[in-house]
Design a binder for this molecule. Structure first.
Ligand code: ZN
Ligand code: FE
Length: 236
């Protein structure tokens, strides 16, 4: 049996615990305390930590986690110079097994170069590449690179759940409406997002099919169109 738990961390980060057949993997480590609390409550041992990228708000919880457990640290082979010390270094197309699940590494460079996503059957962990109704800022890569990365995620099975690294959806929803004001699926979704956030509930994860219908960054038909939308969001 597979279980995935969403753990709010810091101001607006999410970490996730993926548990399958007695094995537990953490995706990103923003801060240790809330993650350790869930592990304790569940009685799970932390076996692996899968890192999406090197930014502090995705790795800074690691030292305190390592005081309590001895997980294998997994990340991008091409980013070992600035990631915590890795036990398993992976490239695009490589596989990683957690219990009964085998995930595939997708290079989703753009927010950072060598940012990776972990695509398991039915669940993709996207870090700061694809967000609900949004995408990460393009800090290191090019707009072309980020567009290509998002298109790789768009090609996953539409019934995949997207587990992204931040709760940015409310702001992204407001912006998305300025790009596609006539999109009825988007209008309905923005209402749902407003209701969830008013109740203090997470909007993550979200179905990829819903992103495909409503996320203007994912729907951009070309790198040039994507660049225009991304630049407008940076100035929104
Ligand atoms: Zn980041
Ligand atoms: Fe982040």
């Amino acid at each position: 049996m597979t279980e995935i738990i969403t753990i709010p961390c810091l101001a607006d980060n999410y970490a996730f615990l993926l548990h399958s057949n007695g094995t537990t993997a953490l995706i990103d480590a923003p801060e240790a305390a809330p993650i350790l609390a869930v592990l304790k409550e569940k009685g799970w041992t932390l076996d692996m930590v899968l890192l999406t990228h090197h930014h502090w708000d995705h790795i800074d919880g690691l030292p305190d986690l390592l005081k309590e457990a001895s997980p294998q640290i997994v990340g991008a082979a091409k980013d070992t110079h600035r990631l915590p010390k890795l036990d398993i270094a992976l490239n695009e197309g490589d596989e990683i097994t957690v219990g009964d699940l085998t995930g595939r590494i997708i290079d989703v460079s753009g927010h950072t170069v060598n940012h990776i996503a972990f695509a398991f059957p039915g669940a993709v962990f996207t870090g700061d590449s694809l967000f609900a109704l949004g995408c990460g800022r393009v800090f290191e890569g090019s707009m072309e690179m980020m567009h290509k990365s998002l298109q790789k995620l768009a090609a996953l099975p539409p019934d995949t759940m997207v587990y992204s690294g931040h709760e940015y959806t409310f702001g992204s929803a407001k912006f998305s409406l300025t790009v596609e004001p006539e999109n009825q699926a988007l209008q309905v979704r923005v209402k749902d997002v407003e209701r969830l956030r008013a109740e203090g509930l997470p909007t993550v994860p979200a179905l990829l099919s819903l992103e495909l219908a409503t996320n203007p960054f994912l729907r951009a038909p070309s790198a040039a169109a994507f660049a225009k939308i991304r630049t407008a969001k940076d100035n929104f």
